[in-house]
Design a protein around this ligand. Sequence first.
Ligand code: NAG
Ligand code: NAG
Ligand code: NAG
Ligand code: NAG
Length: 330
Amino acid sequence: ISREMLKSNRMSGDLPLNINIKEPRWDQGTFMGRAQHFFMVTDPRNVLMSSEVLEDARVTVENYRLGIMKPGLTEDQLWRAKYIYDSAFHPDTGEKMLLIGRMSAQVPMNMTITGCMLTFYRTTPAVVFWQWVNQSFNAIVNYTNRSGDAPITVNQLGAAYVSATTGAVITALGLKALTKVSIIGRFVPFAAVAAANCINIPFMRQRELKCGIPVTDAEGKRLGESSTAAQQAIVQVVVSRIGMAVPAMAIPPVIMNALEKKAFMKRFPVLNAPVQVGLVGLCLVFATPLCCALFPQKSSMKVSSLEPELQERIRQNNPHITTVYFNKGL
Ligand SMILES: *[C@@H]1O[C@H](CO)[C@@H](O)[C@H](O)[C@H]1NC(C)=O
Ligand SMILES: *[C@@H]1O[C@H](CO)[C@@H](O)[C@H](O)[C@H]1NC(C)=O
Ligand SMILES: *[C@@H]1O[C@H](CO)[C@@H](O)[C@H](O)[C@H]1NC(C)=O
Ligand SMILES: *[C@@H]1O[C@H](CO)[C@@H](O)[C@H](O)[C@H]1NC(C)=O
């Protein structure tokens, strides 16, 4: 880091050094702010960034943290560099992440996998193959995104991979066996996602259902633990996960069912998969960031809906409180 750069920064001095580029650019308390943030984070164009552009963004971000700026750097350029940097480098280790594990690869990868799942749903080998592809992709994302301070071992990753693949294949084949009608068969991938979420999330969070999750007042002061809040948190997460799958997995089958009857599609059946992938992509690009933004991470409920003992305790210590808050989890 050269003395010249420091000097030129001091002379131009155009951008204040106190912009917090660790945080999202937009207010996460509002729907619009969350939507803008998630659109930036999932922007698939970031996948195509050359290594020079990435390197440039890295230098800009790391230098800014040290208080050094290129002359003439604007706030927009700085935020752009931040989002490019975040898209490609691991937040804990600073290493460059595997391409297909990045957030910016989620939409293209997801639309390909979902589109193919919705197209090739008729035969058992195809169902098994695409469930396997999806879980392998998930495993890569898990590996790429593993936290830096408590690294998961390869054994743990492998165990999760095997159990996730087995579960997904069994659910999909089970549902497939139940349905023989064409239009219903098309919804099997969606039903599999819904069923998996309804089973997995309560199962993984059963401890919270038993022992409760912390509830706080508006300022974040802890008031106690509540299983009722845990129930509500889990229902919200399951609903929002299934809701997120609706645009991509429930709408394209309806359109495809109509399209496939058209003479044009009958003449060129090879168009099936690309059209399906395109439809899913269209839904994902718009629906996923909006769905992520829909529910704030902090949820609330009325004191009067909590367990009686906890209500009693809150009324004694804080009689003015009517609403409690809790983190709904992922
Ligand atoms: C990776 O983890 C971060 C935070 O730990 C999260 O915000 C992000 O959504 C994860 N990315 C993927 C692709 O799962
Ligand atoms: C792929 O697997 C993940 C995790 O099990 C699941 O949430 C997702 O819905 C699956 N995708 C498809 C298209 O079924
Ligand atoms: C990815 O990680 C999640 C959360 O740790 C786990 O539930 C899931 O089974 C993992 N998926 C694969 C395919 O390893
Ligand atoms: C793909 O998108 C669907 C719908 O938004 C979502 O339910 C699913 O979890 C995503 N799958 C992966 C592997 O990211």
